[in-house]
Design a protein around this ligand. Structure first.
Ligand code: ADP
Length: 624
């Protein structure tokens, strides 16, 4: 190896910040650095195998792929090498030493928020390589891309920057040498390394070989394979236990948390494939990202083909992780061909079916686990009612809601529960969409429902409104927002019906006149028992929260046509009618407080406050 010239490069500010955190945080499992480096090596081997499908010259006569680990006690180094795809010089600069991904920023932010942070999270954010600095004070990476001539050496002490130099002759792939910190000698011990590899990387589908030493501690030419090195998903289910599945999970999911549940099947028949799919226990940081980093990986005959989240799972199941390995797809299939491939489509819908089976099973047999799932991913699964019409009925059965019949925070009520409790003659499933549960529970729209003991589902996810608008009905019962349109309650007495002709009612007409075109109409309410007023929207208008959301996103919707419903029996309305001089202030107040109770935003909050104060001052004035 000759080193013509070293070039120093500064780290991006964020890398510097990250490395500082990595080097100075306290870790409960610092040995995870090895898992991260082994994962990177395995990915590089996967990528070589994939690229070599169309150009087997890339093997350069060496197609025995594997990972080697060796220790030098004298120098206190630990080296992890692979004969995978390697990196060109420009790949080194763009992959190592810069932070190209938003994930890393998210990671830094999460560390910042939790101070020390739980650094076992590191792999999830695509900063796996930097975890080497947990145990090393200097790291040297030497790499040569398959098919390339020249190698590159990257070296850094993790402070400020790194040196790059050319390496003239080096083997294909990457080797990462960690110069261990003073107090990290345990990672020089053979038994300790074996233990870590068995624990975290037993199912890495490439052999991980550890170099043996003789009695005097000198390295020998013996390389002992430490892991099982078999693709876990290709092994029969009966040979595997829960720990096997749990151990494999972080490699495929890039998630340090344990999985919540999994399914493993080998499908035979017209299409032959294996699937191993996991439900994570925690939402990944990029769950809301339109282009998430990871998804279900596609393999063909054990060869990794791609990890593109939208290829094997629909968007509403984007949290599912795992592997599908097909025996029928051609190995050299191109990404373009995958777009419209019938075999892949069949596999994809079978996977969706299996995931829904799993969710159904959890929801009926493991309520607590399902509750955890729902808390993390329920709002995403809901999107499926819109996205996957074919499975809409199944997905609707899986939904969980709050309702006026529960008072806890857990989301428990299913649509079937609701239907089971419907009153005689009740035809509709009543619901309220509002932006918080507290606001929902106090909403004036619920008053008459409470009085009559009719259950109302309370929905607080932004997506609920889209879902309700789209789905319209379940098991022949239509959905009805309690805040929209006319109510048509079961068993309503004729005398309690709202008065249809609003303009014949002098009080309503007077309020309408005071409010001008702020409201479409004013009418006596059949909804209210305790509150003075509420706002009612048209059947297809958006709720105030959604309206506000769209406005902030720069997509203003037309103002909804609001109807102000009043409760003339309310003490304050009695008072209002006696206070001719301030009638229009009272009218304004009726409208504003109804907007607020709906979770809406007042255009002129200051005006509201001063009007209220004036009314209070007048009513408490002993001279009045
Ligand atoms: P991640 O593995 O999550 O992408 P890392 O920080 O561990 O994040 O690695 C960044 C990138 O560096 C990888 O995506 C890969 O392109 C490259 N890389 C890391 N290790 C290797 C390796 N052993 N061989 C080839 N490329 C590697």
């Amino acid at each position: 190896m000759s080193e013509p010239k070293k070039q120093h490069h500064a780290f991006e500010a964020e890398v510097d910040q990250l490395l500082h955190l990595v080097a100075h945080s306290l870790y409960s499992h610092k040995e995870i650095f090895l898992r991260e480096l082994i994962s990177n090596a395995a990915d590089a081997l996967d990528r070589l195998r994939f690229e070599a499908l169309s150009d087997d010259g890339l093997y350069e006569g060496d197609s025995e792929l594997g990972i080697r680990i060796e220790v030098d006690e004298q120098d206190r180094t630990l080296t992890i090498s692979d004969n995978g795809i390697g990196m060109s010089r420009s790949e080194v600069t763009s992959n190592i030493g810069t932070i190209a991904r938003s994930g890393t920023r998210a990671f830094l932010k999460s560390l910042g928020e939790e101070k020390q942070g739980e650094v076992s999270q590191i792999g999830q954010f695509g900063v796996g390589f930097y975890s080497a600095f947990i145990v090393a004070d200097r790291v040297t990476l030497v790499t040569r891309r398959a098919g390339g001539k020249q190698g590159t050496c990257w070296e850094s002490d993790g402070r400020g920057g790194y040196d790059l130099s050319r390496v003239n002759s080096t083997s294909r792939g990457t080797s990462v040498t960690l110069h261990l910190k003073e107090d990290e000698s345990e990672f020089l011990e053979d038994y300790r390394l074996r233990e870590i590899i068995k624990r975290y990387s037993d199912h890495t589908p490439f052999p991980i070989r550890l170099r043996s030493h003789d009695d005097k501690g000198r390295p020998t030419d013996d390389w002992d394979t430490v892991n099982q090195a078999k693709a876990l998903w290709a092994r029969p289910k009966k040979e595997l236990n829960d720990e096997d599945y749990q151990e494999f999970y972080p490699h495929v999911a890039h998630d340090p948390n344990p999985p919540l549940a999994w399914i493993h099947h080998r499908v035979e028949g017209r299409n032959e494939y294996s699937l191993l799919l996991y439900l994570p226990s925690k939402a990944p940081f990029d769950l809301a990202d339109p282009n998430p980093q990871h998804g279900v990986k596609l393999y063909v005959q054990r060869v990794f083909i791609l990890d593109e989240p939208d290829k094997l799972m629909p968007r509403y199941l984007r949290f599912v992780r795992g592997i599908v390995d097909s025996n029928d797809l051609p190995l050299n299939i191109s990404r373009e061909l995958l777009q419209n491939n019938r075999t892949l489509d069949t596999i994809r819908s079978a996977c969706v079916r299996r995931v829904l089976d799993l969710l159904e099973d959890l929801s009926t047999n493991q309520e607590e686990t399902y509750g955890k799932f729902w808390a993390e991913f329920g709002h995403v699964l809901k999107e499926g009612t819109i996205e996957d019409i074919g499975n809409q009925a199944r997905i609707l059965k899986l939904l969980r809601f709050h309702s006026t019949q529960d008072d806890g925070d857990a989301l428990k009520v299913t649509l079937d529960d609701y239907i089971g409790r419907m009153q005689d003659g009740q035809e509709k499933i009543y619901y309220l969409t509002i932006d918080s549960l507290a606001a929902a529970r106090r909403s004036p729209h619920l008053e008459v429902f409470r009085q009559r003991g009719i259950e109302v589902l309370l929905m607080t996810d932004p997506v609920d409104e889209w879902v309700m608008d789209w789905v319209r009905e379940y098991e022949g019962k239509s959905f009805q927002s309690v805040a929209k349109g006319e109510l048509d309650l079961p068993g309503a007495d004729a005398e309690e019906e709202p008065e249809e002709e609003t303009d014949e009612d002098p009080l309503c007409a007077q309020i309408q006149e005071a409010l001008g075109d702020e409201v479409e109409a004013v009418r006596r309410s059949s909804r209210l028992t305790d509150s003075p007023s509420c706002l009612v929207r048209g059947e297809h208008d958006f709720s105030p929260a959604m309206w506000e959301l769209m406005r902030r996103q720069g997509q203003p919707l037309p103002k909804p046509k609001l109807v102000l419903e009043i409760n003339p029996d309310h003490a304050l309305l009695q008072r209002m009618q006696a206070d001719e001089a301030r009638f229009s202030e009272w009218a304004r107040w009726l409208l504003d407080q109804a907007v607020l109770a709906d979770g809406g935003v007042l255009e002129d909050p200051g005006g509201f406050v001063s009007r209220i104060n004036a009314l209070l001052a007048a009513s408490s004035d002993p001279r009045r």
